[in-house]
Design a protein around this ligand. Structure first.
Ligand code: MN
Length: 288
């Protein structure tokens, strides 16, 4: 059994009218505590009124890592400096490898802005190891129908498989490193037991509801930190619940993050700002 070391409450930090809970980093969660899972913002749940301004994430750069965005409700339009425009709806996932760098905007569709509606979006940042930090940028957006579901415990648990192998169901995204990632819907009483290989870091965040994990209760807005002891994780939902769950081999590399850049050293981050100034990431105006 893997024991729980700590539970960390996400910090409420709204961005304008966008409800936002930041699960990591926080005061108790250094950015690379769960290396290579480094950042998580939980937007919503909330209801937008008709004629709203949508999401506030206009054009901005990234370099050195990947953003994985789970659209649980609402929609998300991604536009980037390579010319991609992609609208992903409820149940879909966007996986963007920033690599050497690009500029993107993450906004709501014209329909969502006109009609409003419920919104809940999670954005996770997954680090890239030094050898892939300057890889070519890549974006893949998949709708709900393209993401396979592993039905477990007689349908009481549905694992939406994003990356890696889950009970024989393979995720459609192919990360550059061995990232396992899924988002799971539990009905009250639903159970799931899994084994995480030794030496891997576990990332587990409660999006909704309450769930018993190896005997301890964990509830909405909590990030669960495990000890590196056993390998078995047993989950049992004590209410309808949604969790984000993953594991990966840590890189154990030097880490330096500032603003939208995540590199190995301060010099590399300074270089990113220099490259940004010199227009190497592309043109912001085209994405306005
Ligand atoms: Mn971004």
């Amino acid at each position: 059994m893997k024991t729980i070391k700590a539970q960390h409450k996400a910090v409420y930090e709204p961005i304008g009218e966008l409800v936002t809970y930041r699960a990591m980093p926080t005061q108790t969660v250094p950015m690379n505590l769960l290396d290579p899972f480094i950042f998580l913002n939980h937007h919503g749940w909330q209801e937008y009124q008709p004629h709203n301004n949508g999401l506030p994430f206009g054009p901005h750069p990234h370099r050195g890592f990947e953003t994985v965005t789970f659209i649980l409700q609402g929609d998300l339009t991604h536009k980037d400096s390579s010319g991609v425009v992609s609208v992903i709806k409820e149940g879909g996932v966007q996986w963007m490898t920033a690599g050497s760098g690009l500029i993107h905007a993450e906004v709501s569709s014209p329909e969502f802005k006109a009609q409003g509606g419920p919104l809940e979006i999670l954005q996770l940042w997954v680090n890239l190891p030094a050898k892939f930090k300057m890889t070519e940028p890549k974006y893949v957006g998949l709708q709900k129908a393209d993401i396979p579901v592993a039905e477990l415990d007689n349908g009481k648990v549905a694992a939406h498989v994003v990356a890696g192998d889950w009970n024989g169901v393979k995720g459609p995204f192919e990360p550059l490193t061995d990232i396992h990632l899924s988002f799971m819907y539990f009905k009250e009483g639903g159970k799931y037991t899994t084994q995480v290989p030794k030496g891997q870091n576990v990332f587990l965040y409660i999006v909704k509801g309450e769930i018993k994990i190896n005997g301890d209760f964990a509830s909405i807005h909590h990030l669960v930190e495990f000890n590196h002891d056993g390998q078995i994780i047993e989950m049992k939902a004590t209410a309808d619940a949604i969790i984000l769950f993953g594991y990966a081999t840590p890189f154990n590399e030097p880490f330096f993050a500032y603003g939208p850049f995540v590199m190995n050293t301060k010099e590399e981050v300074m270089q990113a700002y220099e490259d940004m100034k010199n227009g190497k990431f592309g043109n912001e105006e085209e994405l306005m």
